[in-house]
Ligand binder design. Structure first.
Ligand code: ZN
Length: 244
C-alpha cells in the first residue's frame, strides 16, 4: 500500500528533492563511520574516536595519521552506485527530481547519473592544495605516500571534505535550501535526521508531500505524509516502476 501511495506522489509531483545520508551508500558497501564510536589506533599507538581523527585540529596537528585513517576508512574506490542511486538518477532523467542533497562524500550520485547534487560535506573526489589551491583528484591522494604534497608548491593537499570543527560551504547550503524551498515533494532517506544540518534543512520544505524512507524511525516520522521503514533502494525502484 505505501509503495502505491509513493508511486502516486511521484506521478503527481514535478519538483522532487531528495535528501539523503549514509544509509544510501551502505548498500554499496560504504559503512557509516561518523556514527561509529570505535577507536582507531594510530602508528604511535594512540587510540582516537573517528570524530577526533576527522577533525580540523587533528588534520593540522597529526596530518600523517589523518591521511592514514582517511585512506583506510573513508575511501571506497571500488564502490558502485546501488539501486537507490540508480532510482534517483532515473527520477532526474524523467524530469521529476530537481536536486539531490546529500551528507555523503562518496560521489556515487554523480556516478549514477545525477547532475544537480548538493554535497553538504564535500567530496573525496575533489582535493585542493592548501597553498596555491591547485586541484587534485582522488588518485593523486591514493598514490601519494604519507602526506600528499602539491608538486607545484609543496603545500599540503587537503580533501574538499568538511571535517569536524569546519563550516559547511555557504553556496552549497544556499543551493540546498533553495531547492528544498521550491520542492513540491521532499523524499528523505538513509539518514536519522538527528544531526545538524539535516534537521534544519527539512524545516525549509513548504511543499505538499514529505516522505521518509528509513530502516529505523526518525524524529520527523510524525510530521511526514508518508513513512516507509524499508530498504530505500527497493522502495524507490518499486515505486518508480508503478509511476512510469
Ligand atoms: Zn600548491
Amino acid at each position: 500500500m505505501s509503495i502505491e501511495k509513493l508511486s502516486k506522489i511521484l506521478k503527481e509531483s514535478n519538483n522532487i528533492v531528495f535528501f539523503g545520508g549514509a544509509g544510501i551508500s551502505t548498500e554499496s558497501g560504504i559503512p557509516d563511520f561518523r556514527s561509529e564510536t570505535g577507536l582507531y589506533k594510530t602508528d604511535s599507538g594512540q587510540g582516537y574516536p573517528p570524530e577526533i581523527m576527522l577533525s580540523h585540529t587533528f588534520f593540522m596537528g597529526h596530518t600523517k595519521d589523518f591521511f592514514k585513517f582517511y585512506k583506510e576508512k573513508m575511501i571506497y574506490i571500488d564502490a558502485k552506485p546501488n539501486s537507490a542511486h540508480l532510482a534517483l538518477a532515473k527520477l532526474e532523467e524523467m524530469g521529476k527530481l530537481k536536486a539531490v542533497v546529500t551528507q555523503n562524500i562518496d560521489g556515487l550520485h554523480q556516478v549514477a547519473g545525477n547532475k544537480n547534487v548538493y554535497e553538504l560535506h564535500g567530496s573525496v573526489h575533489r582535493n585542493y592544495c592548501t597553498k596555491c589551491h591547485g586541484f587534485y583528484d582522488l588518485n593523486f591522494i591514493l598514490e601519494s605516500s604519507d602526506i600528499p604534497k602539491c608538486p607545484k608548491c609543496s603545500g599540503t593537499v587537503k580533501p574538499d571534505v568538511v571535517l569536524y570543527e569546519e563550516e559547511l560551504d555557504n553556496d552549497v547550503i544556499n543551493g540546498a535550501v533553495n531547492a528544498i524551498e521550491h520542492a513540491d515533494a521532499l523524499i528523505i532517506g538513509g539518514t536519522s535526521l538527528a544531526v545538524y544540518p539535516a534537521a534544519g534543512l527539512v524545516n525549509y520544505f513548504k511543499g505538499k508531500n514529505l516522505i521518509l524512507i528509513n530502516k529505523s524511525s526518525t524524529p520527523y516520522d510524525s510530521k511526514a505524509d508518508l513513512v516507509i521503514h524499508d530498504s530505500i533502494g527497493k522502495v524507490l525502484s518499486d515505486a518508480i516502476k508503478f509511476a512510469l
